[in-house]
Design a binder for this molecule. Structure first.
Ligand code: PMV
Length: 328
């Protein structure tokens, strides 16, 4: 009863921001992402009567507190599915230091779901895996699939899961991940920030109303491989999400001065003839979207700016898969 899975993180082009159901993690709006190879997680799960409690080891350290509790809660959900009571050992490794300020919950929960289901002998379709993963961490439901992915808030029967819009070979988009702050400086968890935004921002409803048309444009941009449309809409939706967070009470600003400097630089790069657009999640770091033919020139420009701490060049990746090399 042991299995190992590999999953990649994803970058939202149309963001998920706000939950309709906090327990089940049902979002208020559909979201669209690209699955990227920049941050991946490998997780081995073993269920055995020899374990008297669940153990979770992340990047060689035994996890405690909130990180541990979230994994145990997710294991409980999967054990319930399989009608098993066995405790598990979970060993997980990110290919990227966790302290980089890049969220790892999407790749982490997708890998955990796929590995634990296989270890428990649960035969699940990708759609079912996505639904299970969603309950561990919302955005992780998109990492079950590779390429371009849409998380459907409700399929008409009350089910919420991700679907693939196009696979990773459809379009060679590039995501230049700019590490602007190496430590997470968040005051609130994403969960808490979304809750505050929904309850208190007068802009929450306005953003939600704008989302349908942005989703349509994004689907069209992907279908037609229209980079200008994809980038313009992604940047706009990112700013809508941050405007909602900023106007909640208490207000939430995820950016630092480095983020703002970088935001101002992006239109200047475009004016120089280098097509690129930004998107930012609930943190200070930035994803710069571009096309392969412009990547080198953009990197040469970025090198001039010493406030950028690290640069990671990402391409599109495939979905979560079972692999044969166990971590223990
Ligand atoms: O799934 P969570 O709780 O990590 O929330 C993700 C929220 C954003 O990254 C800001 C947007 C998104 O769709 O990924």
């Amino acid at each position: 009863m042991k299995a190992t899975a590999l999953a990649h993180s994803n970058t939202a082009l149309i963001k998920y921001w706000g939950k309709k159901d906090e327990q089940l993690i049902i979002p208020m709006n559909n979201s669209i992402s690209i699955t990227i190879d920049a941050l991946s997680t490998i997780t081995t799960v073993e269920f055995s009567p020899q374990y008297t409690e669940d153990v979770f080891i992340l990047n060689d350290n035994k996890a405690t507190g909130r990180a541990y509790q979230r994994v145990v809660k997710h294991l409980d959900l999967l054990r319930q599915e399989a009608q098993r009571k066995l405790k598990a050992k979970v060993v997980s490794k990110n290919n990227f230091p966790t302290a980089m300020g890049l969220a790892s919950s999407a790749s982490g929960f997708a890998a955990l779901t796929v590995a634990a289901c296989a270890a428990l002998g649960l035969k699940k379709t990708p759609q079912e895996l996505s639904m299970l993963s969603r309950q561990g961490s919302g955005s992780s439901c998109r990492s079950i699939f590779g390429g371009f992915v849409e998380w459907v808030k409700d399929d008409g029967t009350g089910k919420s899961y991700a679907i693939q819009l196009a696979n990773e070979d459809w379009w060679d988009l590039r995501d230049i991940v700019l590490i602007l702050e190496e430590k997470e400086q968040r005051q609130y968890s994403t969960r808490e920030a979304m809750r505050l935004s929904m309850k208190t921002s007068p802009f929450f409803a306005a953003r939600l109303a704008a989302t349908e048309s942005n989703l349509d444009k994004m689907r069209r941009a992907i279908k037609k491989r229209d980079f200008t449309l994809l980038g313009t809409v992604a940047e706009h939706d990112c700013l809508l999400m941050h405007a909602v967070a900023l106007t909640s009470n208490p207000w939430q600003l995820f950016w630092t001065s480095a983020t703002v400097k970088m935001m101002k630089l992006v239109p200047q790069l475009r004016e120089k003839g280098l097509p690129c657009y930004f998107t930012i999640d609930s943190g200070a770091n930035m994803h710069l979207l571009t096309l392969p033919e412009h990547q080198e020139s953009i990197l040469a420009e970025l090198e001039k700016h010493h406030f950028i701490k690290k640069i990671v060049c990402a391409r599109l990746a495939g979905g979560a898969t079972i692999i044969s090399d166990h971590l223990f």
